[in-house]
Design a protein around this ligand. Structure first.
Ligand code: SF4
Length: 168
């Protein structure tokens, strides 16, 4: 289970094709720009954040801002368009921390550009859901062929857009 990282959880909710491509080593350059952009939004919006919070890596998943005193995971995103994916990503962080013996952690999803913050908690039901999600992810990424394009509006802002729609 440990090779499943938060990016897999995020992509599971966005697109199974994206999940498969990412896991099979097909990475688009633009991808790292988006991660950098998310981090930059955090740095610019909350200037003293890096001093207050710790960056931690847990079972391959990197949490940019963790407040160890209050046991809060802060996740900064550009827009809430994929809120469900963001929410489960944070739940996954909390679950990983719990598995490492750090209990009672909560999360805050932050969309500074929209001035929105949302509390995220992990329930027992969520933990069961995450176990199922991990199994689903393993099934998807072990498929021999790449899942089809999903033809969603948000494909236009996906880093794999050219790859998907030029070869299809
Ligand atoms: S462009 Fe669309 S179909 Fe292709 S990986 Fe991205 S979300 Fe999936």
């Amino acid at each position: 289970m440990s090779f499943i990282i938060s990016t897999h959880i995020n992509y599971y909710f966005i697109c199974r094709r994206k999940l498969w491509l990412f896991t099979h080593g097909i990475h688009m350059e633009h991808e790292s720009d988006l991660v950098y952009e998310g981090r930059m939004i955090g740095e610019v919006s909350y200037t003293d954040r890096s001093k207050k919070y710790t960056e931690i890596e847990i079972m391959g998943s990197k949490i940019d801002y963790y407040d160890p005193n209050r046991k809060i995971v802060h996740e900064v995103k550009k827009s809430d368009q994929m809120e469900i994916a963001h929410e489960w990503q944070v739940k996954y962080y909390i679950w990983l921390l719990k598995q490492s013996g750090i209990e009672d952690v909560e999360g805050i999803l932050e969309y500074p550009k929209m001035k929105i913050k949302k509390k995220v908690i992990l329930t027992e039901e969520d933990e069961n859901t995450l176990k199922q999600i991990v199994k689903d992810i393993e099934l998807i990424i072990n498929q021999k062929s790449c899942p089809p394009c999903i033809h969603k509006k948000y494909c236009h802002s996906c880093s794999y857009f050219d790859f998907c729609y030029i070869i299809e």
